[in-house]
Design a protein around this ligand. Structure first.
Ligand code: HPA
Length: 267
């Protein structure tokens, strides 16, 4: 199925994407930045999971951004939608087969670290997988990578250095932190957030980690950036709602687009 999807995409495009980019909740506007774009609806691609989450468009846009051939996934499949690990990571494997060598993952996340504020952009330096599962469970596909892939630099140090330099050059504040992934879809309780803080998490979210594991398995270099759309449960005396998550995504999109455009040519 992965091969069939990759062949289908190849038959439709003019340039081979070098970098795959996954857009998180509220960050879908970046897809409009792609020049000479070929836009393919997920529903057309054999085996590609449809995205049902609000704020996720459900299309693959392939073309040029800042002179770099990219494949932008506007919309991802989450475990909380009922998708399997294989479905949640399908797009990454397909993009590897299409020819991408690196991935940029973006997401909306709750801020656990009290130094963060709503709207902060945070470079993910590492993760804690609390989703109770792993996309590589099952027979190993040696054509992608080894049975026991190393994860000691899951988020490329070199890419992080580039992102920090670019952020400084354009005057965007960029923090760095550890992302904890839970399945959701309920947001965390305040007690869960205290626990996550105690074990070293700065951010919490419901995505990205399966994709990052699969990308590392396939020797793709990874850059990941979270947008702190809300402070995590219990940090502020207010409830979390998805509208707020989407609104914050829209508010930071200018900075976010600028940062990605600066980083891409150096990947
Ligand atoms: N928790 C989990 N996932 C999220 C959050 C949150 O507070 N905000 C955006 N995605």
């Amino acid at each position: 199925m992965i091969q069939a999807a990759a062949e289908f995409i190849k038959s439709r495009i003019k340039v081979t994407p070098r970098v795959g980019i996954v857009l998180g909740s509220g960050l879908g506007a970046f897809a409009d930045e792609v020049e000479d774009a070929v836009s393919i609806s997920y529903s057309e691609i054999p085996g590609w999971p449809q995205s049902t989450a609000v704020g996720h468009a459900g299309k693959l846009v392939i073309g040029m951004v800042a002179g770099v051939p990219v494949a932008v996934m506007a919309g991802r499949a989450h475990l909380y939608e009922g998708y399997t690990q294989a479905q949640a990571t399908f797009g990454v494997r397909v993009l590897k087969r299409v020819g991408a060598e690196a991935m940029i993952f973006t997401n909306a996340a709750g801020g656990i670290n009290l130094n963060y504020g709503q709207g902060a952009l945070v470079l993910i330096s590492d993760h804690i997988n609390l989703q109770g599962s792993n996309p590589l469970i099952g027979p190993n596909d040696e054509s992608f990578g080894p049975r026991f892939p190393d994860m000691s630099e899951a988020y490329s140090k070199a890419y992080r250095a580039v992102a920090r330099e670019c952020a400084a050059a354009i005057g965007i504040s960029l923090q760095e932190g550890v992302y904890a992934a839970l399945t959701g879809p309920s947001y965390e309780t305040p007690a869960e957030i205290r626990y996550l803080r105690a074990i070293g998490a700065d951010l919490v979210g419901m995505s990205t980690v399966p994709e990052v594991i699969v990308a590392n398995h396939a020797s793709m270099k990874v850059l990941a950036i979270s947008c702190v759309t809300n402070m995590a449960a219990g940090v502020l005396d207010q409830k979390i709602d998805h509208e707020e998550v989407l609104e914050t995504g829209l508010r930071v999109r200018g900075a976010f687009v600028q940062l990605l455009k600066a980083v891409l040519p150096r990947m």
